[in-house]
Design a protein around this ligand. Sequence first.
Ligand code: PXP
Length: 243
Amino acid sequence: MTKLSVNINKFATLRNARGGNLPDIIQVARDCERFGADGITVHPRPDERHIRYQDVRDLKPIVTTEFNIEGYPSQDFMDLVLEVKPHQCTLVPDPPGVITSNTGWDTIQHQSFLKDVIGTLKKAGIRVSIFLNPEIDKVAGAKSAGADRIELYTGPYAEEYTKARTQPQNFRLFNDYKNTAKEASAAGLELNAGHDLNLDNLRFFKLHIPQLKEVSIGHALVCDAIYMGLENTIQLYKRQLQD
Ligand code: PXP
């Protein structure tokens, strides 16, 4: 079964819209776990517009499943991750002002930077995953930089999936995902995926990418929870991830 890590950033966005502490992020994380989440993901950004650095510190002692911190490895981010020591750190190449992650690493161009950063995290006992586009030629760079896993950026998959239902010939892109996943396995890298996954497109991805260890899902899951409730929604996502 593929693990579901719930990205709780959107709950922090809602809290920050009003000031105060509603919804309470700590309670949200506890409840996600109680409702079946296999992990909690946070993505602190430099402007702290959703998850704040202090939230990450506060979450560490209460998360009982897998704690995943994702973000661009700036000095501040690295200091936080090394202090909190999550189970996994997912490195994304986001520039500071971007609305959401929108591409994977160029592991060839940034090889020596990634090697340094990954080496530092691994020395602290933290598993490292790096965000990658479905580009087979970037896999070797992820491996030689020392990553344990790659997280496939599924934004383009989600977009194509919606179109492909009426135009299956447009779904050639999915071969890039399958081939990148195979290449990663052959290189001894484990596989995560995330971005724009939802109740509609998740099952197809899971069924055709058997190597999939974990997905991290935030936006769509929180939107579904508005209508169906958090417990029911988490259970529905988990059902899509069954073997
Ligand atoms: N993975 C990464 C690296 C991300 O940056 C995000 C968004 O913060 C996600 C997964 C989750 O994407 P979504 O909110 O679309 O489910």
